[in-house]
Design a protein around this ligand. Sequence first.
Ligand code: DX5
Ligand code: ZN
Length: 209
Amino acid sequence: MVKIAPSILAADFMHLEEEIKSVEEAGADYIHVDVMDGKFVPNQTPGLEMLKRSKASSHLTIDTHLMVENPSEWVEDFSLSDILTFHLEAVSKEEIVSLIQKIHEKGIKVGIAIKPKTPIKELVPYLSMIDMVLVMTVEPGFGGQKLITSCLRKVKAMRKINKEIDIEVDGGIYPSNIEKVKNAGANVIVAGTAIFQESNRKLAIEALR
Ligand code: DX5
Ligand code: ZN
């Protein structure tokens, strides 16, 4: 069964605790926290505050998505996360293995994300060292975008290479396209708008499952 990870980027920040509780009660598996620094992506989010408020108001797995330059410098602050995902494009090749180790040493699972234009072959050397890959299905930076269908080919190819690893997808996922996404082999589904725009969160999550 797929895991559903509501992205709180689309939630009402003024009532974040209630928003988080509503998706927890509705059967969400993870809380997806989008951290943007205004450099790696043009947008900025109060990531640390989002993380702390998520951790305080839910027992769910906290799935933090770092869209930042120099992610290594962010690990300490974000060590409340259960899964910490950084972008391959934000780290030099020489640094990747030590960054994976640094996160694992804190007892946190490691994810590596790739943007739509980054080929999966760049990720393959690290697959045996990490817990999750995040194949972005939109350009990172904003919620509410349209899914780039060609990214699903990368999901398919990744699943062929590794049957076990968690493959997360993020961006533009709705009940109308979820079938294609699952068929490609993704098993962790991030959805912001598709969940938080619906007043009935249980129906929204069930529709994705
Ligand atoms: C985009 C973020 C996503 C975003 C998804 O850069 O990583 O997590 O919140 O939002 P939707 O589901 O609205 O496309
Ligand atoms: Zn995200």
